[in-house]
Design a binder for this molecule. Structure first.
Ligand SMILES: C[S@@+](CC[C@H](N)C(=O)[O-])C[C@H]1O[C@@H](n2cnc3c(N)ncnc32)[C@H](O)[C@@H]1O
Length: 275
């Protein structure tokens, strides 16, 4: 049985509920000593002029991105997440009357249009990422933007994971149902009448540097265990990876991509209107 068929997005809901009850900083690898160390919010905030916009965040978690978007002058923000605990925290942390947080599965939500639809680190947890993108597109106004971020695999971390996933069906985590690649996202966009207007990758240290070794220490050990495989040689492998990333940091001619990718997407037929 493939790792994908063992799970399914609806089954992950309870798992997420527990993550938010226990404190997301204890689970998500983007947190270092309780602080969000991913460059996601910074990169996404830079992609669109937010002032005056209505914004929907799908899989908003505890709402940190939307609070930043509000502080950049958004007219109205809506966060959707199927974890009720995440929504409760998001409401408690967000001041003012310009934000609304709704608990529910995006596929069951009424379709209302927004100027910008963002979704960070959530598409890869969907059963059918192409349908997920379609659901984002349906909620985006005709001349609006969609911003999606997801793990990216054109880096040392990715080459290791892709080999494990393709050769041995090792899942990357209990929540990631898919490994998404730019060529797939490009094809889904074309099929939906969309186009990728801008593509950037970031979180380089996690893709190719010191953070990669730290992340793998926990993640690789757990993933091999979850796949019922021997993980006793992970420390030896990490020593090798340590040497590799040290070399990559010195060797300026080698340039791989970051561990996370952001896609700025718009309708293929609309006039060029990217910022
Ligand atoms: C990895 S977390 C990312 C949270 C947040 N965007 C961030 O970057 O910190 C994925 C989020 O998507 C939510 N989620 C997953 N599938 C969903 C669905 N079908 N409908 C609504 N929320 C969903 C989960 O509850 C979780 O909060």
């Amino acid at each position: 049985m493939s790792s994908e068929s063992q799970k399914g997005n609806e089954r992950l809901r309870e798992f997420y509920e527990k993550i938010y009850e226990d404190g997301e900083e204890n689970y998500f690898s983007k947190f270092k000593q309780g602080v969000d160390a991913s460059e996601t919010n910074e990169v996404v905030l830079d992609m669109v002029p937010w002032s005056g916009k209505s914004v929907l965040d799908v899989g908003c978690g505890t709402g940190s991105l939307l609070r930043e978007i509000l502080s950049r002058g958004a007219r109205r923000v809506t966060g959707v997440d199927y974890s009720e605990k995440a929504i409760e925290i998001a409401r408690a942390r967000t001041e003012g009357d310009k934000a609304e947080f709704v608990a529910g599965n995006i596929f069951d939500m009424p379709v209302e249009r927004h100027d910008v639809v963002v979704s960070c680190g959530t598409m890869e947890h969907s059963d059918e990422p192409a349908r997920f993108l379609e659901a984002l597109s349906a909620r985006c106004s005709a001349d609006g933007w969609i911003v999606v971020t997801c793990p990216h695999f054109i880096n040392v971390r990715g080459f290791v994971w892709m080999a494990l996933a393709k050769l041995h069906d090792v899942p990357m985590s209990l929540t990631d149902l898919h490994f998404l690649h730019p060529w797939e996202i490009g094809t889904w966009c074309t099929d939906l009448g969309l186009q990728v207007d801008r593509f950037v990758t970031f979180d380089h240290a996690r893709g190719n540097g010191a953070d990669l070794v730290n992340d793998f220490d926990k993640r690789l050990t757990n993933a091999l265990r979850d796949a019922g495989m021997d993980n006793s040689r992970v420390p030896e492998y990490l020593q090798y990876l340590g040497k590799l990333v040290e070399y990559l940091e010195r060797a300026s001619t080698v340039r791989l991509e970051g561990a996370t990718a952001a896609y700025l997407i718009k309708r293929a037929t609309s006039p060029a209107n990217a910022p």
